[in-house]
Every structure is written in C-alpha cells, then in structure tokens.
Ligand binder design. Structure first.
Ligand code: DQA
Length: 145
C-alpha cells in the first residue's frame, strides 16, 4: 500500500479562525478528514503532522525516507526562507508536492519566492483547501500511470 505524509507548517493549526478572508473557514481537522476520506477511498495510507517548529519538520522529512511514497507539504512561512527544509527535501528521495491555500504569487512580494519549489516535485497554490486535494489527486494519478 502506498503511503502519503501530509505536513503542515507554522500557524496552520489556527486555520478556521486565522485570517479567514485569506485562508477560508475550514479547520486543519476538516482538511485532514477530507484528505483521509479520499485516501481511504483509493486504498492509500495517509498520516498527518502539524508543527510550528522547523526542526520537527526537518525530522519528519528525514524520517519519511523508506516509509512514505509522497509528501504533501504546506510549509507556510518557512516556504519563503527555510534552507534547512529545502536541504531536508533534497536529501531524501521522497517526492514532495508543495501546497498553499492562498495564491502566494498575488500577495506580498516576500511570499513570491519559495526556496522549496526548486527541490519539490511541483507546487500547487491558490485553490483554497482544494490545493491539498489537487495534490492528492495528482499523487493518485501518478501512482496509477
Ligand atoms: C500559506 C502561505 C504562506 O505565505 C503563509 O506564510 C502561510 C500559509 C498558504 O497556505 O497559503 O502561513 O502557506
């Protein structure tokens, strides 16, 4: 059975109440339940981790090696400056799909850069919580083709 790890970075634990005009009203639990339901429907294993701490996310990426087939990663603010997360992604052979709820390219300039994108398989942003679902659908497609 293929296994997917979903990683959520800092402040995403506040989804639902955090700047709802940008991030919408779904909570992190809502997102995880939605992904779990779709993964189970297609016979995939899926695990979730949210952390506000860069090192915890680095550890999770390192430990994903040999255990997970794909990582769906919303690194939140770390996306824009964490070389440690970029290096962790580059160090392991687990493909990472970078996701963002908001369209980072039409927000502040500091959000336009992703230091993770060059080492990610791809990037999906701006679709609201459906960005996560689009990443999962892409994985399902790739596993079957
Ligand atoms: C985010 C976009 C980031 O710029 C921001 O720091 C976040 C959330 C998104 O999902 O739209 O915390 O990753």
């Amino acid at each position: 059975m293929a296994k997917i790890l979903v990683l959520h970075g800092p402040n995403l634990n506040l989804l639902g109440t955090r700047e709802p005009e940008i991030y919408g009203s779904a909570t992190l639990d809502d997102i995880n339940h939605m992904l779990k339901a779709r993964a189970e429907e297609t016979g995939l294993g899926i695990d979730f981790l949210q952390s506000n701490h860069e090192g915890v996310l680095v550890d999770a990426i390192q430990q994903a090696r040999g255990k997970y087939d794909y990582i769906i990663f919303n690194a939140a603010a770390f996306t824009h400056y964490s070389i440690a997360l970029r290096d962790a992604i580059a160090a392991v052979d687990v493909p990472v799909i970078e996701v963002h709820i908001s369209n980072v390219h039409k927000r502040e300039e500091f959000r336009h850069q992703s230091v993770l994108a060059p080492v990610a398989l791809g990037q999906i942003c701006g679709l609201g919580v459906a960005s996560y679902l689009a990443a999962l659908e892409a994985i399902i497609y790739r596993l079957n083709h």
